[in-house]
Design a protein around this ligand. Structure first.
Ligand code: SF4
Length: 411
């Protein structure tokens, strides 16, 4: 990791340095991006439901062990095979039927094909940071494209995953938002991104060969989509990630970060789950006038409502909230906005929140660009003067098409 990198979230230190290339710093507005039959939103339009498309094939990762037994029975297979199949998928990360020798040879291919269909076809892989950052574009069964990113650090590995193909939240500076919402991902499509990443690590495809293999320790829902708008599948996926093997992957809940643009009912529901997962609120503006423009969901749920929901999440879970703030030149980077943000956070108490200003990743031809260095510094100092812990974070892999949406847009 180079000196100027801000570390990724570390479960041992809390949300002091959330990571990666979040949805917020994408600006590619390539008109050919996305899936061709996805209607493009008009400015400010919010899309909560995608046009009906076929559903991806069922996979054991869509459901818990009891559901898997039922699934097998419904398919005419022996329910007890659920345990064996789960071991192969969640413990051994196997994909080839010939490696699953404890399953009867006769009918093995069919059994595996029925219950663990290949859902992600990786069509593009790009490396950066000496191979420690790997971005991948996956084509789904219906042609929709999604991205995942893996970042390897000395003591941990973080993955940034997508929860939707496209996004209906329509943030004007975001490639994914401009391309519209294609569809929600299934739980297995979400989990599959992580399993694919684990397989890459296992096979020595991430980082230098001499490095010890690591397990994926941190997962951030900061790829394409608003995860809380795909609530049911997202929560199923969360359970597959954190439930002990072989029911799930057994990753610590403290290593997960759920990102939202402020879908307040989703935040409230997520609070009820009572899981020690970090919540990251992409705020980007402390005042409704600007935020209505930058984050169209703000026309439904205002800054104060989103901050109240975030504070309540902290009270319920004890997990410090991350406020994400993409610094956009002459748009949201004024000192008075840093003061207003500091005041609004302090009005809700101390010690519950951390702010991560993120320099916007500039894209040629876009009107949105990163703040000047001195302006960024001033913004940070003003927040710190209010006693708000603040860490500017750089984004890994910005030299390979930045954050979510840019890579899929170019594929
Ligand atoms: S919520 Fe959607 S449109 Fe807004 S920044 Fe994130 S991915 Fe882009």
């Amino acid at each position: 990791m180079s000196e100027n990198r801000t570390p990724l979230p570390d479960p041992t230190v809390g949300p002091a340095g959330p990571d990666t290339a979040p949805a917020a710093d994408v600006q590619n507005t390539d008109p050919d991006a996305g899936t061709p039959d996805t209607p493009r939103p008009v400015p400010g339009q919010l899309v909560f439901k995608a046009a009906r498309r076929g559903k991806p094939p069922r996979h054991i990762a869509d459901t818990d062990m009891a559901g898997r037994r039922q699934m097998l029975q419904d398919m005419g297979h022996k329910p007890f095979r659920a345990q064996q199949l789960s071991r192969h998928y969640f413990e051994r990360f196997a994909s080839r039927p010939e490696d699953m020798t404890d399953l009867p040879k006769n009918g093995r291919e069919q059994l595996v094909g029925d219950t663990m269909p290949e859902l992600l076809n990786t069509v593009r892989t790009l490396h950066a940071d000496d191979g420690d950052t790997v971005k991948r574009v996956h084509r789904l069964f219906d042609g929709a494209l999604v991205e995942s990113v893996m970042m390897r650090y000395p003591n941990r590995v973080t993955m940034c995953i997508s929860s939707q193909a496209g996004c209906g939240m329509n943030c004007p500076f975001c490639a994914t938002g401009q391309a519209g919402l294609t569809r929600n991902l299934s739980a297995a499509e979400i989990v599959g991104q992580v399993v694919e990443g684990i397989r890459m690590l296992r096979d020595g495809e991430v980082g230098r060969k001499e490095q010890d293999p690591l397990r994926v320790s941190n997962i951030v829902f900061m790829g394409m989509g608003e995860a809380l708008a795909n609530y049911k599948a997202t929560m199923e996926a969360v359970h597959r990630l954190i439930d002990p093997a072989p029911e799930g992957l057994g990753i610590s809940a403290r290593g997960l970060t759920m990102s939202t643009v402020g879908l307040v009912p989703g935040m409230r529901k997520f609070t009820q789950e009572g899981l020690p997962i970090t919540l990251a609120l992409s705020l980007h503006a402390p005042d409704d006038e600007l935020r209505d423009e930058l984050i169209p969901i703000n026309t439904r749920w205002k800054v104060d409502e989103a901050l109240d929901a975030a504070r309540d999440y902290f009270d319920a879970t004890g997990r410090r909230i991350s406020i994400e703030y993409a610094l956009i030149r002459d748009i949201n980077d004024q000192g008075w906005r840093a003061d207003l943000l500091g005041e609004k956070l302090n009005a809700r108490g101390r010690g519950w929140v951390h702010v991560n200003p993120i320099p916007l990743n500039p894209t040629p031809g876009s009107k949105w660009t990163a703040s000047r260095r001195g302006v960024e510094q001033n913004f940070v100092e003003r927040l710190r003067a209010h006693g708000i812990p603040t860490t500017v974070r750089d984004t890994r892999g910005s030299d390979i098409d930045g954050a979510c949406g840019q890579l899929a847009a170019a594929s």
